[in-house]
Design a protein around this ligand. Structure first.
Ligand code: SF4
Length: 374
């Protein structure tokens, strides 16, 4: 599978520390560099028949449809598409205007991941999103009217402008609008963000962890009652609408990340990441030189990563994969370490997988790091 990072946004959301630029003046040069990188790295993927192509960012919906299509055409020079391929576009509600969505529906994009975040103006203003509550709703309807069924929306809970009642109404909208997939994250305060500065200056209150827990558990029950599977700590999907792309990440499959700051993994012991600087990325690719760094993962790194990712999913960590990748010594360490957590109910074994019972998922990162080999 391939991930394409489009490093441009209209404006900077107050909570975001992803890599992007708000200036579009180098857009054409960036598209050329991305296409060049695809050609230069085509041999890195073992599987040439793609099951997923994902345009993320940044804001890929900032590109015109024919620009997006030209990148797909470049991918098709070197790879084939599986008959069941998932081709996702991350899109912001304000970009999903009528003509854009119509044109997009005539391409091979078959999944939209919409950055809705909230259906309330107060939240959206605090987050400095480029859309308003009306667009949050109308963009989903327009996408559906144009034939997109496979739609995911992002929702953020625990904002200081929100409360439990508002959160319930946000979730009700998911049902009213018949959205089949939700990715939902607690508002976190990252360094070097406007939100962090406002909280330090006492301009707004910090998010309250207890409220975020309450909202997370309400969401879990609510969405499950409405037919969603809670298949990863932050992801809920109806049957047939789970994200193939993200599921492949969580099953340690190989992926190629193209574009500035994109990460790649060879499915075994090698990870690489592109430079998170647009100009340096383009300069390098203009000279047919890749702008990436590579790391060889030790057995310990692979073990820790499998725990960190797998324990956030409903299927857990596959004991057979662990056996394949780890030495007898590491396996012995693992089986000793999990004993107490199994007895205390923080872990369970099912179908040869070790997993965290859903009621303890909120503790997943802590449980995984307790088991890390350091
Ligand atoms: S649109 Fe997405 S990537 Fe861009 S600033 Fe906002 S959250 Fe960050």
């Amino acid at each position: 599978m391939i991930y394409l990072h489009i490093p441009f946004c209209k404006q900077k959301c107050s909570y975001c520390n992803f890599h992007f630029s708000t200036s579009l003046k180098s857009k054409d040069e960036m598209i050329s560099a991305i296409k060049r990188e695809i050609g230069l790295r085509k041999e890195e993927l073992e599987i040439k028949n793609l099951k997923s192509l994902y345009f993320g960012g940044g804001t890929p919906s900032i590109l015109k449809v024919d620009e997006l299509q030209s990148i797909i055409d470049e991918v098709l020079k070197y790879f084939t598409f599986d008959s069941d391929i998932e081709i996702t576009l991350e899109a912001n509600p304000d970009d999903l205007e009528k003509n854009f969505v119509k044109e997009l529906s005539r391409t091979s994009f078959n999944r939209l991941s919409i950055g809705t975040q909230s259906f309330f103006d107060e939240d959206l203003k605090l987050m400095n999103r480029a859309h308003n509550a009306g667009e949050a709703e109308s963009s989903i309807k327009r996408a559906q009217d144009s034939g997109f069924e496979n739609i995911s929306i992002d929702l953020i809970y625990g904002s200081p402008t929100s409360n439990f009642e508002i959160w319930k109404q946000n979730l009700n909208k998911v049902i009213d609008l018949q959205v089949p997939h939700v990715s939902s994250y607690a508002l976190t305060i990252e360094p070097n963000t406007a939100l962090n500065a406002w909280i330090s200056q006492g301009k707004i209150a910090a998010p309250k962890e207890a409220e975020q827990h309450q909202e997370f558990f309400y969401m879990t029950d609510f969405l499950k009652d409405h037919g969603f599977d809670h298949y990863e700590i932050s992801n809920f999907g109806k049957s047939g609408f789970h994200s193939k792309h993200n599921s492949a990440y969580w099953k340690y499959q190989e992926y190629l990340g193209i574009g500035p700051s994109a990460h790649s993994y060879n499915g075994r012991d090698q990870r690489s990441w592109n430079i998170a600087n647009n100009q340096r990325y383009m300069n390098s690719l203009n000279n047919n030189i890749l702008a990436k760094e590579t790391e060889i993962l030790s057995e310990k790194d692979q073990f820790n990563e499998m725990l960190m990712i797998g324990l956030r999913t409903t299927w857990g960590v596959d004991l057979s994969s662990l056996k394949e990748k780890c030495s007898a010594e590491l396996l012995e360490y693992f089986h000793n370490e999990i004993k107490v957590k199994l007895e205390d109910g923080f872990l369970e074994i099912e179908n040869n997988h070790v997993k965290i019972p859903e009621k303890h998922w909120f503790l997943a990162d802590g449980i995984a790091s307790d088991l890390f080999m350091v």
